[in-house]
Write a protein that binds this ligand. Structure first.
Ligand code: TYM
Length: 328
């Protein structure tokens, strides 16, 4: 059976990009594969410095993962810091990736440029080594992610291939899987930038738990262009193409087919807003129920950790044996 692994950081409120690019596909794929999904709290330490926040975000994110449809009896949902093997294998990964490779990572360049003159943790630089550990620990064949994570999965492949070459066949070589529509949801106000938790303002971001009226309003105010033709062209018409892509992800119709149905921007904006509201409505209701019982969520995460640990510890042991560390 195909093994699937993907993770999300508990850094801020989950947005439509996270949902369409990743979470929705985790739920859709859980019955066809052996699925592992992690809340990667250690990664969040590159962005969050105050005490208490990460734990609170983690429990909310667990409620979100179950609200979007992950079934704890089917998929294994765990918290990264509960499985010590992630940090242990991370060091092995750090010794298997070069400084040059890490320097070429687009996310590192972007994030460190944004913090120019401020404290830039070394963890931001070595981040892809921890992500590689997350992936190879679970023998993942497929990693369902949004487009922005492709480079991180590519470097994981390079690291895993290099390790296998040095120490013998140990790790499964993973591949990234992105959805047909929604792999790169753009900011509604700045449609040439991806929708991101670290955006300057939130007028262009649609959060999963936002009030329906506010969501519709954000879509009505989405930045488009001064023409009036509805056409799917990411380069020339980023705003309209983003709306078509989102509507396509909601309805299942292709962006090109949808473009033929509209002759004006207004109806496209309001239909997209409505479609998003309808898609999110059951998730919002389920989240409200789940978050009311945090003890039960913590319990589900403990069960997930127990299942995850079995796989992770076997892989770490295999890697240590392949390297030939003296057994303890
Ligand atoms: P994170 O937490 O930023 O995002 C979680 C998932 O959401 C996707 N995503 C998007 N998809 C489409 N459009 C967007 N605008 C958009 N914004 C975010 C991301 O591609 C991701 O799939 N480094 C990862 C977390 C991670 C991980 C892993 C992922 C750590 N270890 C192992 C996979 C496997 C991250 O920061 O994702």
């Amino acid at each position: 059976m195909t093994r699937v692994l993907s993770c999300i950081q508990p850094t801020g409120d989950v947005h439509l990009g996270n949902y369409l690019g990743a979470l929705r596909n985790w739920t859709l794929g859980q019955h066809d594969a052996d699925a592992f999904h992690g809340i990667v709290d250690l990664h969040s330490l590159t962005a969050i410095e105050a005490p208490g926040i990460i734990g609170e975000n983690t429990i909310k994110l667990a409620a979100t993962l179950f609200a979007t449809g992950l079934d704890p009896d089917v998929a294994t949902v765990f918290v990264q810091s509960h499985i010590f093997e992630h940090s242990q294998l991370c060091w092995v990964m750090e010794c298997t990736v070069s400084f040059g490779e890490l320097s070429r990572m687009v996310q590192f360049k972007d994030k460190s440029a944004k913090r120019e003159g401020e404290f830039i943790p070394a963890g931001l630089f070595t981040y892809p080594a921890l992500q590689a550990a997350d992936i190879v620990l679970y023998d993942a064949d497929e990693v369902p992610v949004g487009d922005d994570q492709r480079q991180h999965v590519e470097i994981t492949r390079d690291i895993a291939v290099r390790f296998n070459h040095r120490f013998g066949e140990t790790f499964v070589i993973p591949k990234a899987v992105t959805p047909r529509a929604g792999a790169r949801v753009m900011d509604l106000q700045e449609p040439t930038s991806k929708m991101s938790k670290s955006s300057a303002g939130d007028a262009g971001l649609v959060y999963l738990y936002e009030d329906p009226a506010a969501i519709v309003k954000k879509f009505k105010r989405a930045v488009t262009d001064s023409e009036s033709e509805v056409r799917y062209d990411r380069e020339a018409k980023p705003g309209i193409s983003n709306l078509l892509d989102i509507l396509s992800a909601c309805t299942g119709d292709s962006a090109e087919t949808l473009a033929d149905k509209y002759s004006q921007y207004g109806p496209l904006k309001s239909d997209t807003g409505e479609a998003v509201v309808e898609m999110l409505r059951p998730i919002q209701a389920r989240y409200a129920e789940l978050i009311a019982d945090k003890a039960e969520l913590a319990n589900l995460l403990r069960q997930g950790a127990a299942k995850a640990r079995v796989v992770a510890s076997a892989t770490l042991e295999r890697a240590y044996n392949a390297i030939g560390f003296l057994p303890a």
